[in-house]
Structure formats: structure tokens, C-alpha cells
Ligand binder design. Structure first.
Ligand SMILES: Nc1ncnc2c1ncn2[C@@H]1O[C@H](COP(=O)(O)OP(=O)(O)O)[C@@H](O)[C@H]1O
Ligand SMILES: [Mg+2]
Length: 298
């Protein structure tokens, strides 16, 4: 949830006024596959402003990840044809792909879907985090880089961060690993986080803690979040605005209360109906009572 945009005047389309962190207009992405060309993203437009969470929700295969990877320009040129406008802090990364490389990890960072496979199993968590810290702050000496790594683990509420640096990925739970990956994403002090199903690979009890952490980081830093999820329970918990995606297009967009409370599309209602199966998201549960057993925040 955002602190800032609530006090900002709304524009004619109901979105917050002021320059967006991310401005996407008529984004089209064609994927070149063995079976031919697939238009995975078919003309979507949206904005993310500082301090707000904008969620793209849709069933599997609807084009959510392709949209997220397109925004980050992480799709290989030989496999994906991207057109339209994607401006990160005013810089169009479609017109200038080199701008994307300069912005990634700094202006905008990715939180990946599966924390269990995102880290190398053969190096310690600390070594991998330090590598990212040094990349973002090349001037830091060894001791300062380590202090920065400890500070980042502390920010994602990992207890005994100094000790955790020596752990290998298989020694940490999925929730802990996702906290490490969020710490890595924060190393460059990004203005925008792109989170592609950041809790889908985690146990339901762990999900709430991770989402609560993201909201807490948003409160303290004003970071904008582009959230990708298939889970309306997640969308309901974190979003300011929601875009419902199907077959590469947005079929419905609006404030989270409107999309969840009074969905216009049958497709959205079908996503809503699938929520109780995942359980635990009703009322204030995730928000006010995050699952945080003592000693293990995940
Ligand atoms: N690497 C790929 N090769 C071929 N087709 C892909 C690839 N990734 C995604 N697609 C296709 O693009 C469409 C959108 O996929 P994706 O963006 O991954 O959906 P979502 O993240 O919503 O599940 C689907 O039709 C999918 O089959
Ligand atoms: Mg996906």
C-alpha cells in the first residue's frame, strides 16, 4: 500500500498525478517460438508511481512474466520483438536498450519467482550478496562491503545477519532465501521493484511474511512495486491498482477495492473464486499478524 499517492491529486484516468517511475504505453511483445510467432503481450499500457504497488494478475500463460521481463529488457533480442513505449524514470528502454542495462539493479530491480533456484548452490549467500554489493558500489573496500551486506540482510529482517552470510543456499528456508534475494534487489537502492510471483514458490504461511516485508520496505523507502501474481489474495493484500491480464491484454483495470469487490469481468470473478483454495488471506490476517515465529522471520 502506498503512503504518497493517496495525498496526490488523481489524473483523469484515476491514476496518481506526477511523473511515473514506470510508464508503459501500447507494449507489444512477440515471442519467436518453434511453433511460430506468439504475441504474448498485445498492447498493454500502465503506470507505476513512487510509493505505490501496481499489480498485474492473470492465469498462467496470460503474458504477465513476458510483460515484466519486457519492462526490464531481459528478453533476448533474437527471441522477442518488443515495441511500444517503456519509460523507466523517463528513459525509454524500448527506444534505447542500452539504457535498460544502465538502469537494471539501480533504478529498477527484479525479485525472482523461485528463490530456491535463483542463487548458485556452490557459493555462500554472503559471497553472492557481496558480489552484488560491489557491483552496485564499486568504491567499497572489503570491510565496508561486508558491513553493507549485513545492513541489507538486517533490512530484510534476517536475524543474525553476520552469521547468515556464511550459509549456503541449501541451509536456508525458501522464505529466508527470498529475503536474501530481496536484499540483493535493494543493493542498488532501486526506485522500482519488479516482483514476478515472489511468493508463489513459498508455503502459504511464509507468503504473508514476505509480502509484509515488501510493504514495510515500501513504507520506509517509497519504492514503487510492479507486482505480478496469479493470486487474487496476494493482489488484494498489496495492491493500489490492479490490471487483470488475459491472452496478452488487460481485460479490466482499476483500484484494488473495485476489482476485488465489484469485478466487471467473468474472468476476474473466476480468479476470485480460486482464492479460498489457497486460504488464509481473509480479513487482516497477513497484514496485521504476519507469520513470524521467533528467530525465523520466514
Ligand atoms: N520461452 C518461451 N518460449 C516460447 N513461448 C513462451 C516462452 N515464455 C512464454 N511463452 C508463451 O508466452 C505466453 C505468455 O507467457 P508468460 O508471460 O510466461 O505468462 P504468465 O507469466 O502470465 O504465466 C504463453 O503463451 C507462453 O506459452
Ligand atoms: Mg509467469
Amino acid at each position: 500500500m502506498s503512503a504518497a499517492p493517496r495525498t496526490t491529486a488523481a489524473g483523469p484516468d484515476g491514476t496518481a498525478a506526477g511523473a511515473p517511475l514506470l510508464r508503459v504505453r501500447d507494449l507489444q511483445i512477440e515471442l519467436i517460438t518453434d511453433a511460430g510467432v506468439v504475441r504474448a503481450v498485445d498492447g498493454v499500457s500502465f503506470d507505476v508511481h513512487p510509493g505505490e504497488t501496481v499489480t498485474i494478475i492473470g492465469e498462467s500463460g496470460s503474458g504477465k512474466s513476458t510483460t515484466a521481463m519486457g519492462v526490464l529488457r531481459l528478453l533476448p533480442d533474437e527471441l522477442a520483438v518488443v515495441s511500444g513505449e517503456v519509460a523507466v524514470q523517463g528513459r525509454d528502454v524500448v527506444a534505447d536498450p542500452r539504457a535498460a542495462a544502465a538502469l537494471r539493479g539501480r533504478a529498477v530491480s527484479l525479485i525472482p519467482q523461485d528463490p530456491m533456484t535463483a542463487l548458485s548452490p556452490v557459493h555462500s549467500v554472503g559471497r553472492q550478496l557481496l558480489e552484488v554489493v560491489r557491483l552496485r558500489r564499486p568504491g567499497l573496500d572489503r570491510a565496508a562491503a561486508r558491513a553493507r551486506a549485513v545492513e541489507l540482510l538486517d533490512r530484510v529482517r534476517i536475524p543474525e545477519p553476520g552469521r547468515r552470510l556464511r550459509a549456503y543456499p541449501h541451509q536456508l528456508s525458501g522464505g529466508m532465501l527470498q529475503r536474501v534475494l530481496i536484499a540483493m534487489a535493494l543493493a542498488g537502492e532501486p526506485a522500482l521493484l519488479v516482483a514476478d510471483e515472489p511468493t508463489s514458490a513459498l508455503d502459504v504461511t511464509v507468503q504473508a511474511g514476505i509480502l509484509d516485508l515488501l510493504l514495510e520496505l515500501q513504507e520506509s523507502t517509497g519504492v514503487g512495486i510492479l507486482m505480478i501474481t496469479h493470486d487474487l489474495g496476494v493482489a488484494r493484500l498489496v495492491s493500489d491498482r490492479v490490471h487483470v491480464m488475459r491472452n496478452g491484454r488487460f481485460v479490466e483495470s482499476g483500484e484494488v477495492e473495485q476489482i476485488v469487490g465489484a469485478p466487471a469481468e467473468e474472468y476476474t470473478r473466476s480468479l476470485l473464486r480460486s482464492v479460498p483454495a489457497l486460504g488464509g488471506w481473509d480479513g487482516a490476517a497477513g497484514r496485521d499478524e504476519p507469520a513470524r515465529p521467533d528467530g525465523d522471520p520466514s
